[in-house]
Design a protein around this ligand. Structure first.
Ligand code: NAD
Length: 374
């Protein structure tokens, strides 16, 4: 077995850590920045607080970002970065503002639009990137420590990740207090995204030892704390443990990437508007059972180390978690009505990430899965 591991993001973790953001801006030599944030964080006053901690160095903010950010959102953000002459940016929010900011920062010093890089293959150049500090407010995507930005090109109807070493944030400031206001439904969806990162990176054909141990640590935390964070939103310990799980799962999938559930999540979100984590969770229990059948003992071991009798018991727990937290369980619940829609969903699920799945799957296998959960 050979492997390479790299994780260059400086992580600052803990309640109250956002107050230290000024020091981190000093470290990267930032003088004039843009705050990229979700409208929720702008409206609830958290954005203003962060600006204060940035010590008067935020010259503009940008919040015109929809969930599952579009390439148009990124191009607008790039325009603001260029017009402001920004030499750094702070991203505040869930995966959507962080991914938008990350892609915008990667090309800000150049002159091009993001579509050239996202689906047309132009490599990101470190010379065109400006440094970014990521401040996550959900415990889910791990975007604060990955070099991945998942973007939707509305003209092409494609949601797909782009990634490049130049896209790593310079620092991540992870303050669990920021997640106390996350509504239960978003807590559930983002928490299940963490679980999908942990489980999928573990069984990815690109798995490797450092990431494997992170997968296990993160999955254990999710099984122990997610439902508590969902039922007791003010429980700071549960929030802290989920924030920890989110980062560690981010490290887990940063190199091995994800597999079947993430491949299928893209069309479930794009065509039916299912939030990202909930979309991953729709097929996660199915994939656990399916991959366990072709298992060489690794998934079985993982399930036992998470406290389950076997992989099937772990899959049952995922099903139960989804049910208890009101997540979509069937295609009909999200509005899939006709047989042709299953055909289309299957076609769009044949994403390159499927190649990372430990059991090789073709069109008929994926269609069979959708038939089983219709
Ligand atoms: P999100 O960023 O879209 O946020 C979901 C909702 O929660 C929004 O309405 C937002 O305003 C609200 N919200 C966020 N923080 C809040 C807070 N503290 N209090 C109250 N409301 C809050 O959701 P997400 O799941 O964090 O991110 C999803 C996006 O990230 C998707 O586009 C997905 O594809 C992408 N993603 C990226 C990576 C990566 O490595 N870059 C990994 C997984 C997913």
């Amino acid at each position: 077995m050979t492997w390479d591991f790299s994780m260059p993001v400086k992580i600052h973790f803990g309640c109250g850590k956002t107050r230290e953001i000024g020091k981190i801006i000093d470290e990267i030599g930032g003088k004039r920045g843009v705050l990229v944030l979700s409208k929720t964080l702008k409206n609830n006053g958290v954005g203003e607080k962060i600006k204060e901690y940035c010590g008067g160095r935020i010259a503009a903010d940008f919040c015109d970002i929809r969930p599952n950010p579009t390439t148009d959102n990124v191009n607008e953000c790039v325009r603001v970065l260029r017009e402001t002459g920004a030499d750094f940016a702070v991203a505040l929010g869930g995966g959507s503002p962080m991914d938008c900011c990350k892609a915008a920062c990667a090309i800000a010093k150049g002159e091009d639009i993001i579509e050239s890089y996202h689906t047309m293959g132009k490599p990101v150049s470190a010379d065109e990137a400006i440094p970014m500090i990521a401040v996550p407010t959900t415990s889910g995507t791990g975007s604060e420590i990955t070099n991945i930005s998942v973007l939707t090109d509305m003209k092409k109807g494609i949601k797909t990740p782009m990634n490049d070493p130049a896209m790593y944030p310079k620092a991540a400031v992870v303050d669990p207090e920021l997640t106390l206001s996350v509504p239960p439904k978003v807590t559930a969806s983002t928490g299940l995204d963490v679980l999908a990162h942990a489980v999928e990176s573990y069984w990815s054909v690109l798995h490797q030892p450092i990431c494997e141990s992170c997968s296990l640590h993160a999955a254990r935390l999710v099984f122990r704390w997610l439902y508590k964070a969902y039922t007791e939103p003010d429980n700071i310990t549960a929030r802290e443990k989920m924030a920890e799980a989110s980062i560690i799962a981010g490290v887990a999938f940063s190199n091995p990437r994800t597999t079947g559930s993430h491949a299928c999540s893209f069309p479930l979100t794009n065509l039916y508007g299912v939030p990202h984590g909930e979309a991953c969770a729709m097929t996660l229990d199915y994939f656990i059972r399916l991959n366990a059948k072709g298992d060489d003992g690794r998934i079985e071991c993982f399930a036992r180390d998470c406290g389950f009798a076997d992989a099937y018991a772990m899959a049952d727990e995922v099903t139960e978690l989804k049910r208890k937290m009101g997540m979509a369980m069937t295609l009909s619940q999200i509005g899939v009505k006709a047989e042709e829609e299953i055909e289309e969903l299957t076609r769009l699920s044949m994403h390159p990430l499927l190649k990372n799945n430990p059991v090789k799957l073709d069109f008929d296998d994926i269609k069979k899965m959708y038939e089983a959960i219709k």
